[in-house]
Design a protein around this ligand. Structure first.
Ligand code: ADP
Ligand code: MG
Length: 311
């Protein structure tokens, strides 16, 4: 697979701000790659996506979409948007006085009648919007509106889809539904996706790769497993949930097995029900080091246990 997007040393400082919002950020995405961009609040995620959406000019650096340099696209083009890039955020941008069908038809009005109708039907089906197609956006639920906004963004089959926390106000079942739809879109059209989401553990299940931003700098890129189990720093580890520090290394609770044993070295101090698993805190009998482990079974408090570190 070829390279779809290449970002080279992009920097950005907002006027009146003392620090760079982005600092020499470089990375590339393969065609059809789905990448999560993660980082604390204010780390520069939205700034990066807006620059890639050509909605904000970078101060320096280059952005290549296949063979086209798009860095200054927004300055030279009379069109506000690049035809092959779509940006979707929580702000839906649906036209309130038009039906869902009309909203989807608008970005593909240049297509011939037949092709247009076919694309609309396809999108209505993928996003399960057939029964709402003649309704106006405000008569739909939040989740349905979000699906419609995605359908509009995908109408022209963008080569690059930029998602800036578009689902964070939806509840979990709806988010999972949309993740499935995006997966389907990616498989159908080989769309390259850059996704910012606060639901980091959910993102790990879907994306091919993850890049971490810290204060405007790209500090680590890897597969979900690499980022989760071998984060480069403690602050990256913290983004993805709990961890133990064992002899200076980061060890996730899921990498530790626990078994009751009357002569074990640890004492069970705390057991909390977390849905699929129990979160168990154990303390070493002698040197008092505490570990967090996850157990599928409810374990008895203050019993002795042994732990085993899995590879
Ligand atoms: P994130 O999306 O990761 O939360 P942003 O890209 O929105 O981060 O912001 C990165 C930094 O740039 C933050 O320090 C933020 O305060 C600053 N910033 C964002 N937008 C503007 C703006 N329009 N003017 C000045 N500073 C901004
Ligand atoms: Mg943001």
């Amino acid at each position: 697979m070829g390279t779809m997007l290449r970002v080279v040393n992009v920097s950005k400082k907002y006027p009146f701000s003392s620090k760079n919002a982005l600092n020499n950020v470089s990375f590339s995405l393969k065609t059809g790659e789905w990448r999560a961009i993660v980082g604390a609040n204010g780390s520069g995620k939205s700034t990066l996506l807006k620059i890639l959406a050509c909605a904000l000019p970078a101060d320096s650096g280059e952005i290549w979409l296949e063979d086209e340099q798009i860095t200054q696209y927004s300055l030279y083009s009379l069109l506000a948007e690049h035809p092959h890039i779509q940006y979707v955020s929580q702000h839906l941008g649906l036209k309130p006085f038009h039906t869902i069908r009309e909203n989807i038809a608008y970005p593909i009005r240049h297509l011939g009648e037949r092709a247009r109708r076919q694309r609309i039907e396809e999108l209505l089906e993928i996003f399960e919007l057939q029964e709402f197609q003649n309704q106006k956006p405000q008569t739909l639920s939040g989740g349905q509106q979000q699906r419609a906004a995605l359908a509009v963004a995908l109408a022209n089959i963008p080569t690059l889809l930029l998602l800036d926390e578009p689902f964070s106000h939806l509840d979990m079942p709806l988010r999972f539904e949309l993740y499935q739809v995006i997966q389907k879109i990616r498989n159908l059209f080989c769309t390259t996706i850059l996704w910012v989401t606060p639901q980091l553990e959910e993102a790990l299940a879907y994306v091919d790769t993850v890049s971490v931003l810290e204060k405007g700098c790209l500090v680590q890129t890897g597969t979900p497993q690499e980022i989760y189990y071998a984060p480069a720093t403690f602050s990256i580890a913290k983004l993805f949930g709990e961890y133990n520090i064992v002899e200076g290394s980061i060890v996730r609770p899921s990498r530790i097995e626990i078994a009751l044993n009357p002569t074990g070295n640890y004492v069970i101090q705390q057991v909390t029900f977390c849905g699929i698993y129990y979160r168990v805190v154990v303390e070493h009998f002698v040197h008092r080091q505490q570990l967090v482990v996850y157990s599928l079974e409810k374990l008895p408090l203050f019993h002795r246990a042994d732990v085993r570190f899995k590879n």
